[in-house]
Each structure stands twice: as C-alpha cells, then as structure tokens.
Design a protein around this ligand. Sequence first.
Ligand code: GLN
Length: 309
Amino acid sequence: MPDLQRVVQEIAEEMRARPDRGDVATYIPELAGADPASFGIAVVGADGEVAAAGDCDLPFSIQSVSKVFTLTLALGKVGDRLWRRVGREPSGSPFNSIVQLEAEQGIPRNPFINAGAIAVTDIILSGHQPREALGEIVRFMQFLADDASIFIDEAVAASEQRTGFRNRALANYMKSFGVLENPVDHTLGVYFHHCAIAMSCRQLAMAGRFLAHNGRNPESGLSVVSPERARRINAVMLTCGHYDGSGEFAYRVGLPGKSGVGGGILAIAPGRASIAVWSPGLDASGNSHLGRLALEALTQRLGWSVFGG
Ligand code: GLN
C-alpha cells in the first residue's frame, strides 16, 4: 500500500490547487465568513497512526456531523425504541425539507435530515435540563476524541438561534404530531448548540474511530457501542449521511459518511480507518465539494471503497 501520509499530502495539494471550491453556507450568518480556500484532512488508522495534511488542526463548525454522535447517544439511551420516532430510509430531499413530514405523521425519514436530528436531540433531552443534555453531548465528543479542548462555538449557536426559522418550523410541526416530548425551545436550543461544536479534522477523525472498529476504540480497547450497533450506524451514514447527495457519495466514494454545512465530512473505512475532511465550499446538496472529491481520490488510490475495487 502506498505510504498513507504521502497520499494524504498529495490529495491536500491537489485540492488546494483546484479553482472550483463550491459556495460557503450563508444561511447561518456566522458561517458565511469561512475561508473557501481552507482544506484539511486527517486519517486515523487501526494502529492509531494519524496521517494529516492542510488545515487539519483548525477547528471548524461540525454542524450536521454531530448527528452521528447524537444518534449514538440516543440509541444508547433508548435502544431500538428510537426507531418508533425516526425512520431510517433515505429522504431524497434537501436536509431542511418539511414536505415528507405531513404524509408521515410527523415522523422524520431518517436521523440525519434536520427533522430527524431534532427528534433525536429531543430523545437525549428527555429527563434532563438542556444544559445537562448539552454537557453530555460535549463530554461524549471529548471522550471519543480523547481531547478535553473540544468546545461549542457560542457565536455560531447564537447565530443559528436568531435565524433558524426553518428548523423552528420543523420542530413545531413535529410537536403538533406529538413526536417531540420537550418544549420546542429547549430541544432546538440543544440542537443548535450541538451543531455549533467546533472540532478539527484530527479531532473528528479520532472521535469516529469506534465506527471503523466494530464499536471499539482500537487503542484503548474500550467498547463504545456493540459491533452490531456500529455496523448499523455506518449503514445509516451510507444511505442517508449526505441527504439528497447520498447516492452520489456512495457511487463516488463508497464509504459511510456524514457531512455538515460547515464543510466537514466524517467518513468510515470499516476495519481500516476513520477519516475527516474539511473544506467550507459546498455543492448544491449542501455537502463539501472538495471534501467529497478528496475522499473520492483517497478511496480510489487506496482501494478502500466498501464495494470493492
Ligand atoms: N445546524 C444546521 C441546520 O440545522 C445543520 C445542517 C447541516 O449541517 N446540514 O440547518
């Protein structure tokens, strides 16, 4: 196999040289200032070795990548009862779409579209104060990444609190069907804040290790979730992790992945590696343009697609 650090370095240089970068998200005003020229990548292998390049240590807003971790926490709390309140089918619709909720009695299609992630956050919140639920989520990220410096970017959270009218509509609509248990403002407050967690590619790739290794941290041997649960979270990432771009991502990259509008993507090469890429320019589905191209180049060069070849 080619030297991993060399491959990662080459890909970072290729991505930085490209003129096409996509457009930075502006609907959350605080994200609009991100530099479209930023590009970072980090790959953590089974032996704990990290290959990283570019802006791999710069924290960015992980946004919807946080939904992988809130799903993991909520499954830990209520187990498979979670699937009574959230589906697990690809939506084929944009991340913030409301259309399917009416036909499906307020049950979101999957845990990664906004409606589904808000329902998952509501499950974590039940029985807690918002501050406690948020603390649990941040501590979980710190534990997984083995890094206590991970923090919430309060300016990003406040920016979305002020402008998140669509998410407010989704939450109110689900509440009208009884899908949310908690006051809508509390659930949304926790949701906006966990989306505003800031992490670097290196930290994010570290946090994803358990998904690449049957639910275990390969270095400490500690079990985070059962092998079956890790496999299933990966399956939902593959089918739903990129919204209406999930088919294209599977076709081109061939790995379970979860994107966020901050331009981050966490991708899992089962048995091999946890990978994080970041570039804030997005494609039409709100997924990182260069992030996806970088992952496509990586899986092609290393033969890491779960579909072979
Ligand atoms: N916080 C963002 C939102 O709710 C997350 C969306 C995303 O990353 N795709 O709109």
